[in-house]
Design a protein around this ligand. Structure first.
Ligand code: 5RP
Length: 223
């Protein structure tokens, strides 16, 4: 199977997961990226059961709207049963690196509201120790150089993501060379640096459920 076929398989499994567990009329959070895009295409088939969706990026909002799926402002939502999103890496403790698509801050906000975070990815994303994928850090533009120096002090090699401005008007530093043995500790430590909006470690609020696409089928893991 190709990686796209694996992503499509896990997107279908996530659609079934949502259809089975999310009460009719409830709100669904929707992530960003190529796997999330396949998921959006799948939920078009159950859109009449959804009370609405909250998008984690402008790109996702546009794709949802293109399918005629209702998109709500998070500020108008009191509760969200499920949030479905991909990941760049996920470890055995269900901590993730996210933000390869640059949407990490909105993803983290939507995930914070959801009762259940369902991570959807193919088996290549599951790793024993995270850090091979560069860790995205969203920064306020004027703090870029200062934050980069602080990230070097933490042992990383930050590289500015050229030509990218986030939906929030900020920049992204991709931090190479980290071996992340304490994801929750590093998440907090980086967020303490003045000028950091957030970083792509999702450890304090990790995934609750992992749907993992393998050539032998989609496997389900729970925290
Ligand atoms: C976007 C993300 C994505 O979930 C992550 O990059 C995975 O993307 P893909 O499904 O395309 O591999 O965090 O900010």
């Amino acid at each position: 199977m190709t990686q796209d076929e694996l992503k499509q398989a896990v997107a279908r499994a996530a659609r079934d997961y949502v259809a089975d567990r999310l009460p009719v009329g409830a709100i669904l959070g929707v992530g960003t990226g190529s796997t999330a895009n396949f998921f959006i295409d799948q939920i078009a088939t159950i859109k009449d059961r959804l009370g609405g969706t909250v998008a984690s990026s402008e790109a996702t909002a546009q794709r949802l709207a293109g399918h005629g799926i209702r998109v709500l402002d998070l500020n108008d939502v009191d509760a969200m049963g499920i949030y479905v999103d991909g990941a760049d890496e996920i470890d055995a403790g269900m901590a993730m690196i996210k933000g390869g698509g640059g949407a990490l801050t909105r993803e983290k906000i939507v995930a914070a509201v959801a009762d259940t975070f369902v991570c959807i990815c193919d088996a290549s994303k599951r790793v024993p120790v995270m850090g091979r994928f560069p860790l995205p850090v969203e920064v306020i533009p004027m703090s870029r150089a200062y934050v980069a120096r602080e990230l070097i002090r933490l042992g990383g090699k930050p590289v500015l993501r050229e030509g990218v401005v986030t939906d929030n008007g900020n920049l992204i530093l991709d931090v190479h060379g980290l071996s992340i043995t304490d994801p929750a500790g590093l998440e907090s430590r980086i967020n303490e640096i003045v000028g950091v909006v957030t970083n792509g470690l999702f450890a304090r609020r990790g995934a609750d459920v992992l749907l993992l696409a393998t050539p032998d089928g989609v496997q389900t893991f729970k925290r």
